[in-house]
Ligand binder design. Structure first.
Ligand SMILES: CC(C)(COP(=O)(O)OP(=O)(O)OC[C@H]1O[C@@H](n2cnc3c(N)ncnc32)[C@H](O)[C@@H]1OP(=O)(O)O)[C@@H](O)C(=O)NCCC(=O)NCCS
Length: 197
């Protein structure tokens, strides 16, 4: 595959990326039956969250990857589920954390470093705090391998198939330091299930 690049969008600029994100989502996860409902209940709802950032990877043929995250708070569905399932082990970490919500790469573009670049670009664009995500409990799952290689560690099981992972802040950045650019061609790369919240 050819050259690809990653762009970062804030909540306002991300609105225009909904179709690009939906295309990657359908390829990487499942087809979206009702685009308007997906946009309302997932894409736009998350876009309204504190410090939201979207990372989209493109190549010359169009979008090939997505990632997004925000600051999660108690009272929201997923953080409260984590507290409910993990109990005391999660107490210090839930609320005001970075929530690394989605990461996906189109099937044709995998194993070319795009997932890793999306991960790094998104975290750099979010406040530098400890971060949580939900993913497969299978240690051989590609996403889990990616996360483990990038500083995430298991925190506990949500159920038999799903775990919560925790990543500490980057000691080289200030607490709320972010990448300076928004909607910019931030990161050129060569070659080239979602938990409900
Ligand atoms: C997980 C996913 C985003 C990885 O994207 P990718 O662009 O293929 O990943 P990269 O090429 O950047 O790989 C980065 C690291 O991830 C791990 N990895 C990725 N795919 C892997 C695979 N099929 N098998 C084993 N490890 C894999 C490796 O550690 C790899 O590092 P390496 O290339 O030095 O070995 C992609 O497989 C995907 O979209 N999967 C479906 C959606 C999904 O599960 N999302 C996560 C939800 S929590």
């Amino acid at each position: 595959m050819g050259e690809a690049w990653v762009e970062i969008f804030d909540a306002t600029d991300a609105a225009a990326q909904a179709d690009a994100v939906a295309a990657v989502w359908c390829d990487a996860f499942d087809p979206i039956d009702d685009l308007a409902e997906w946009r309302d209940t997932i894409f736009d709802r998350h876009r309204g969250r504190e410090a939201y950032r979207l990372a989209v990877a493109f190549d010359i043929d169009g979008p090939v990857g997505l990632a997004w995250g925000y600051i999660g708070q108690r009272g929201q569905f997923w953080p409260d589920r984590v507290l409910d399932r993990l109990g005391r082990v999660a107490e210090p970490w839930v609320g005001g954390h970075v929530e690394f919500v989605e990461l996906a790469v189109s099937r044709r573009a995998r194993r070319h470093g795009i997932g890793g670049r999306l991960h790094d670009a998104l975290l750099a664009a979010l406040p530098n705090r400890h971060a949580l995500l939900g993913t497969s409990s299978d240690p051989d799952d590609p996403a889990v391998r990616l996360y483990r290689s990038r500083g995430w560690a298991p925190l506990g099981l949500l159920d038999a198939d799903a775990q919560v992972m925790l990543r500490p802040p980057d000691p080289a950045r200030s607490r709320d330091g972010r990448a300076a650019r928004s909607s910019s061609r931030a990161d050129r790369v060569a070659g080239a299930e979602h938990p409900r919240r």
